[in-house]
Design a protein around this ligand. Structure first.
Ligand SMILES: [Cu+2]
Length: 260
């Protein structure tokens, strides 16, 4: 009798531990679905980290399925963000990073810097090319509560877009700081810009002080620059970036605002 109870108990333990394991193996996508289009047997789904898209540097993920609902992981995918400014009779693009397949999340991962919000008349679309086939997603872009990107005319006559890459979370003390710099080549073309040295200064405008022990962002390639910001308290912070080339100031004060 005792043996039967013991073996039943053992079986129960095995079953429950098996259950636990299978639950852990389920791949949960913690992304929000933005839009989905099926065209010529291809289903393309856009995903984001947030429920709504806002101005600033924004990760945009995409998943692709064929007509048999099989994941397509090896397509060549590009993004072209387009804003149609009907009120001014012109179209323009914005900085972007073409998506690449990320095995850890089973999604293609790219980014777009939305430089302005949608309005009643002017709207954004994301033109996606999958192995040369075009799919166009209309998007609504809200205004970010804090300025997280800006366009600046450099002393070299070039136009630059400087954007904060939002971290998952800010904390009091030292934080990783990453920004993305692009040069505007034309209304429709932007390119990542690596050649700057950057002087960085955080400021608390409401209290008229900065903070010590910050690290200037340095180029890590593809227009990305990485440094450290030291927040001595929570509240409103303004991050000032002076962009230099060959010791010459190109942009005196590119800045973004942070509240946490
Ligand atoms: Cu616009």
């Amino acid at each position: 009798m005792n043996r039967i109870i013991l073996s039943l108990l053992l079986i129960a333990i095995i079953i429950s531990s098996c259950k636990k394991e299978s639950v852990q193996h389920i791949n949960i996508i913690d992304k929000q679905k933005i839009a989905e289009i099926t065209k010529d047997g291809l289903t393309a789904t856009l995903w984001s980290d947030n429920t709504s898209l806002q101005t600033g540097y924004t990760k945009i993920y995409i998943s692709l399925k064929d007509i048999q609902s099989k994941e397509i992981k090896n397509a060549s995918v590009t993004y072209l963000p387009v804003m149609d400014m009907v009120s001014m009779g012109k179209k323009h693009s914005s900085p972007k990073e073409n998506p690449r397949y990320n095995d850890e999340i089973n999604l293609y991962e790219g980014a777009v810097v939305f430089t302005m919000p949608s309005s009643a008349t002017d709207g954004w679309q994301l033109d996606v090319s999958v192995n040369g086939k075009p799919i166009s997603f209309p998007l609504t872009i809200a205004t970010s509560s804090k300025k997280s990107t800006g366009s600046y005319l450099g002393t070299d006559g070039e136009k630059y877009v400087v954007s904060l890459i939002p971290p998952a979370k800010w904390q009091v003390g030292l934080n990783d700081l990453e920004i993305f710099i692009s040069k505007q080549l034309s209304m429709m073309e932007f390119t990542a810009e690596d050649g700057f040295t950057i002087e960085f200064e955080p400021e608390m405008p409401s209290m008229d002080h900065g903070s010590p022990n910050n690290t200037n962002p340095i180029s890590i390639g593809n227009g990305h620059y990485k440094g450290k910001v030291n927040y001595t308290m929570t509240g409103d912070w303004r991050l000032h970036f002076k962009l230099k080339k060959n010791n010459e100031v190109i942009v005196d004060d590119a800045y973004v605002d942070v509240l946490f």
